[in-house]
Design a protein. Structure first.
Length: 432
C-alpha cells in the first residue's frame, strides 16, 4: 500500500494547476446514461473515483474512450487541457450497479436516476455505511417514488422500475442533499411533464450538471438555487462540456500555501467558487487575489489568527474543507471552534493530528482547537479522503518527518498530489 513521506517546515512557492472537479465529473459521467448519443467531457481529473465510475459505466454497457491523457511527469504542473472522455450509452447491456463498485464509491448511486429514466429499470446496490457516517440514500429513493417509480429494497439492492416511464412531480427534499438533487434532476429530464425540486442543493457542481444537461436538450431552470424546475423532454442528445474547476482542490492548496508561509499561484480555477472559504481565509490572514486564469494565495502578517467554522450546505462553508481547515487551525494564534453540521463522525483526523502535537478536544459535533507554535512529524493514517489530505497539510507544516499511510484515500480525489507539491518546494515522496 502506498505511503507519502514528507519532510516538513519548508514554504511552498510556485504554480499549481487545479484540475476539473471530481464531484462535478461524477454526475456528469452518469448523465451519459440519459442519451444514446456521445457525451464528451473535457477537463476530467485523473483520480481513482473517476476510474471507478468508468468501470461502473463500462459494466452497464457504456463505451468509454479517453484521449489527452497527461501522465507525463515533465508536464506535472502545466496545463491538463485536452483531456477528454467520450461516453456513448447507445447499447446498455445491464441495469445493475454491483455491490463491489458501489461499496468502493458511494457516488455510484448517481446512475440510479438516469438508468431508470432511460431504461425504465435499474438495480443499484445500497452503499452501506462509510467512514464518515451512515450516509443513507432515502432521499434519492423517496424522490424517485414521487416521480412514479416502483422501488423495493431487496438483498441489499435498490430495485427500481418505471415500465410506463416517469412522471413529473413536486418534490420537497426534507434535507439538502447534493446527490439526491443531481439524481432527481437527471431523472426528471426524461419524465413526462414538470418537476420542481425544492430545498435543492445549490452547489456549483449541481449547476455545472444542469448546464451540461441543457446542452443535451434538457429544459431546466433555477439550478444553483434552492428551487429547481425541470420540464421533461422525450429524448436527450449528445453534448460537449468542460468540467468546472475543483473548488475543494483549490482551497486545499490555498491552505498548503498558508500553513507553510509561502505563496502559490493556483491556475485553472476561480475565486468565486470558494467565497465562504475565502472569507474565512481573509479573517485568518491569508490574502487571495484574482490573477489571470486563477488565484494567488499568500500568507500576510506574522502569525495566522484562529477563526470559528460551521460547515453548511453551499454557499456555506463546505464540509469537504473542514479537516483541512482544522489542520490550519492547529498552528494559528488562539482558539478555534469547528462545528461539523453535515456528516456524523467526520472528525477521524483529530486523533491523528493530536499525534503530531495538535491540541484538540471534541464534544459532540464540535471540536475546540488551541493553536500550538509547532507540529511535529509522525506516522499517521486516515480513513477518508479529506482527512488524509489534512494530515498531508499538517505534515508540510510540521518539524521533521511525517508519513501518511493508506494513500489510496488521497488518490481518490487528488491528482498527482506529490508532484504538484514537490514542484513548489515541498520535500515529499511516494513510497510504494
Ligand atoms: C456530496 C459530495 C461530498 C460532500 C457532500 C456534502 C459528491 C460526489 N460528493 O456527497 O464530497 O461531502 O456532497 O457537501 O458530490 N442524506 C440523507 N439521505 C439521503 C442523502 C443524504 O440523509 O438520501 C444526508 C447525508 O447523510 C448527509 C447530508 O444528507 O448528512 C448531505 O449529504 P449529500 O449532500 O447527499 O452528500 P453526497 O451527495 O453523498
Amino acid at each position: 500500500m502506498d505511503r507519502l513521506r514528507i519532510q516538513g517546515g519548508r514554504p511552498l512557492n510556485g504554480v499549481i494547476q487545479i484540475g476539473g472537479a471530481k464531484n462535478a465529473a461524477l454526475p456528469l459521467m452518469a448523465a451519459s446514461l440519459l442519451t444514446d448519443n456521445t457525451l464528451a467531457l473535457g477537463n476530467l481529473p485523473h483520480v481513482a473515483d473517476i476510474a471507478t465510475m468508468i468501470e461502473l459505466l463500462v459494466e452497464l454497457g457504456v463505451e468509454v474512450s479517453m484521449n489527452g491523457q497527461s501522465t507525463d511527469m515533465s508536464r506535472a504542473n502545466r496545463g491538463s487541457e485536452g483531456r477528454l472522455l467520450l461516453l456513448s450509452a447507445r447499447n446498455l447491456v445491464s441495469g445493475t450497479a454491483p455491490y463491489d463498485l458501489v461499496r468502493k464509491m458511494r457516488a455510484s448511486v448517481l446512475v440510479l436516476g438516469p438508468l431508470l429514466a432511460r431504461a425504465g429499470r435499474a438495480r443499484v446496490s445500497m452503499p452501506g455505511g462509510c467512514a464518515i457516517g451512515p450516509r443513507p440514500v432515502d432521499l434519492h429513493v423517496a424522490g424517485l417514488r414521487r416521480l412514479g417509480a416502483e422501488i423495493s429494497l431487496r438483498d441489499g439492492y435498490i430495485e427500481a422500475r418505471a415500465p410506463g416511464g416517469l412522471t413529473g412531480a413536486a418534490i420537497m427534499l426534507p434535507k439538502v442533499s447534493v446527490g439526491a438533487t443531481e439524481n432527481l434532476m437527471m431523472a426528471a429530464c426524461l419524465a413526462r411533464g414538470e418537476t420542481t425540486i425544492t430545498n435543492a442543493a445549490c452547489e456549483p457542481e449541481v449547476l455545472d450538471l444542469a448546464h451540461c444537461l441543457i446542452k443535451m436538450g434538457a429544459c431546466i431552470e433555477g439550478a444553483g438555487t434552492d428551487s429547481v424546475w425541470v420540464s421533461g423532454v422525450d429524448r436527450l442528445g449528445g453534448a460537449k462540456h468542460k468540467v468546472l474547476p475543483d473548488r475543494i482542490e483549490t482551497a486545499t492548496y490555498a491552505i498548503a500555501a498558508a500553513i507553510t508561509g509561502g505563496t502559490l499561484d493556483l491556475i485553472g480555477t476561480r475565486l468565486d467558487l470558494i467565497r465562504a472559504v475565502a472569507d474565512k481565509f481573509r479573517a485568518v490572514g491569508i490574502e487571495l487575489t484574482i490573477r489571470e486564469n486563477g488565484v494567488r494565495v499568500q500568507h500576510v502578517g506574522n502569525r495566522l489568527e484562529a477563526v470559528n467554522i460551521q460547515t453548511r450546505p453551499y454557499p456555506g462553508f463546505p464540509t469537504d474543507m473542514q479537516a483541512q481547515m482544522m489542520a490550519l487551525m492547529t498552528v494559528t494564534e488562539g482558539v478555534s471552534i469547528i462545528t461539523e453540521n453535515i456528516f456524523e463522525n467526520r472528525f477521524m483526523h483529530v486523533t491523528e493530528l493530536a499525534r503530531m502535537g495538535a491540541d484538540i478536544s471534541v464534544k459532540g459535533n464540535s471540536a475546540m482547537v488551541r493553536g500550538v507554535s509547532r507540529l511535529r512529524g509522525a506516522p499517521v493514517m486516515a480513513t477518508d479522503l479529506r482527512a488524509s489530505v489534512s494530515l498531508l497539510l499538517a505534515g508540510l507544516a510540521a518539524e521533521g518527518e511525517t508519513v501518511v499511510n493508506r494513500l489510496y484515500h488521497l488518490d481518490r480525489g487528488y491528482e498527482r498530489v506529490e508532484e504538484k507539491l514537490a514542484a513548489c518546494g515541498a520535500v515529499v515522496e511516494r513510497i510504494c
